[in-house]
Design a protein around this ligand. Structure first.
Ligand SMILES: NC(=O)c1ccc[n+]([C@@H]2O[C@H](COP(=O)([O-])OP(=O)(O)OC[C@H]3O[C@@H](n4cnc5c(N)ncnc54)[C@H](OP(=O)(O)O)[C@@H]3O)[C@@H](O)[C@H]2O)c1
Length: 248
């Protein structure tokens, strides 16, 4: 199956590194035009993109909700349309018992990880997908599926995103809304775990390795393509088999 995103225009948040950068690059390699958003981003991130790729970068904080409509308008003005939104940007300013969190870090986590996906989707819906159905991808986490560890507040946002994906699939259809719930992927976000426990954890995963950003980009590219045109409302776990256990 050859996947082509020719003629499609995508907006990817959190695209300066890690999973978001890999998704943006693979979309561009598949023929899409891409608007890439992060707080700090410039054209140096485009170094591995295909020559002639039609890509733009914009430095914004997705938590500044008002800016969503500006970026959507800019994307449509530049590329003529908007077919795909990837809500990928996320933050985790607090690690520890949920009862120990202070209000400001709680609010920041909710703002970036949950509120931003709602209002960025609303901006894209109002300006583009209401009249021309597209695809929204929400990047969740396996942490949104089960309790545990010191990531309780972050995981609440990821669990809510899984439900938001179901809810919006019903409301926005035929625009498709899909989710991806990665396990441990080698990015800055998971840097501490990967550096200190990565090898140990990899041994317990059936595929015997941690995730690479490209693993997640492969799934995202499939999900936004026409090959996935009957898929909506679901969130797909991609974790090298970690969740099924049984591998030592
Ligand atoms: N890595 C994992 O093991 C793992 C596992 C499960 C789920 N995830 C999810 O995967 C997604 C991507 O994470 P990652 O691992 O690729 O992390 P990463 O390498 O730290 O990248 C995060 C990206 O989000 C951007 N970002 C952060 N806060 C932002 C804000 N307020 N506004 C705009 N952009 C913002 C960052 O750029 P700036 O700093 O320039 O803003 C960066 O581009 C997240 O939703 C994360 O929850 C990751």
């Amino acid at each position: 199956m050859q996947i082509s995103l020719n003629g499609r225009v995508a907006l990817v948040t959190g695209a300066s590194r890690g999973i978001g950068l890999a998704i943006a690059r693979q979309f561009a390699e598949s023929g899409a035009k891409v608007m890439m958003v992060s707080r700090k981003i410039d054209e140096s991130v485009l170094v591995d993109f295909p020559e002639g790729a039609q890509v733009a970068v914009r430095a914004v904080n997705v938590g500044d909700l008002g800016v969503a409509r500006e970026v959507v308008a800019e994307t449509i003005a530049r590329f003529g349309r908007l077919d795909i939104l990837v809500n990928n940007a996320a933050t985790n300013p607090y690690y520890g018992a949920t009862m120990g969190v202070d209000e400001s870090r709680y609010d920041k986590t909710m703002q970036v990880n949950l509120k931003a996906p709602v209002f960025w989707t609303q901006a894209v819906w109002d300006s583009a997908m209401k009249d021309s159905p597209g695809v929204v991808v929400n990047i969740s986490s396996v942490g949104g599926l089960r309790a545990g560890g010191g990531l309780g507040v972050y995981n609440v946002t990821k669990a809510a995103l899984i439900h938001l994906t179901r809810q919006l699939a019903g409301e926005l259809g035929p625009t498709r809304v899909v989710g991806i719930a990665p396990g441990l992927v080698k990015t800055d976000f998971a840097g501490y775990l990967v550096e200190n426990f990565g090898e140990q954890i990899a041994k317990t995963v059936p595929t015997k390795r941690l995730g690479e950003p490209e693993d997640i980009a492969n799934l995202a590219t499939f999900l936004v393509s026409d090959a996935a045109s009957w898929i909506t409302g679901e969130t797909y776990v991609i974790d090298g088999g970690a969740g099924v256990g049984g591998a030592g």
